[in-house]
Design a protein around this ligand. Sequence first.
Ligand code: IMP
Length: 180
Amino acid sequence: MNEIQLHDKHFELFISSEEILTKVAALAKKIEADYEGKEILFLSILNGSFMFTSDLLKNIQKQLEVSFIKVSSYSGTSTTGRVDELIGLATSIKDKHIIVVEDIVDTGITIDKVITLLNASNPASISVCTFLYKPSAFKGNSVPQYIGFEIPNKFVVGYGLDYNQLGRNLAALYQLKETN
Ligand code: IMP
């Protein structure tokens, strides 16, 4: 599928599922090497990072914990700049090595807020692993340590990311077409 329509908008293929899986496996190996001898608690941010988290963790051959949390900040194709509290953090993160797993770091507002909220519970360390990073949109404090793909400042869907709740199930990544 080279082109798709979701609601009123058209999207074109941007990154194939093969390319995604190769990159995700490489990220997993890097994390494995960097955290040798350490136990990791992955905190996956729903909804967008479910697919990335699944593929990433399947490629990590060591014992680990994973938990899913939720924040709400977005509607439609532009940021509202609003981030609510973390929902669903049931396990204690005190003295744990945390890797926050995100679908995309765009302005960085969401991830900054998440890090601030998590830091209040005194983890041993926090790093961020994001599938996508838009450097030209970024206004946050710290660039994610682990990045799948750096992409231009264009709206994307697929591999967990949605446009008004559609498109999350697509195995590849699609970019908004200019001629919408
Ligand atoms: P930030 O706070 O601006 O960094 O935005 C983070 C959140 O915005 C992500 O977790 C996504 O849910 C959403 N988002 C940002 N850019 C896109 C995009 O291009 N497609 C779909 N969702 C996006």
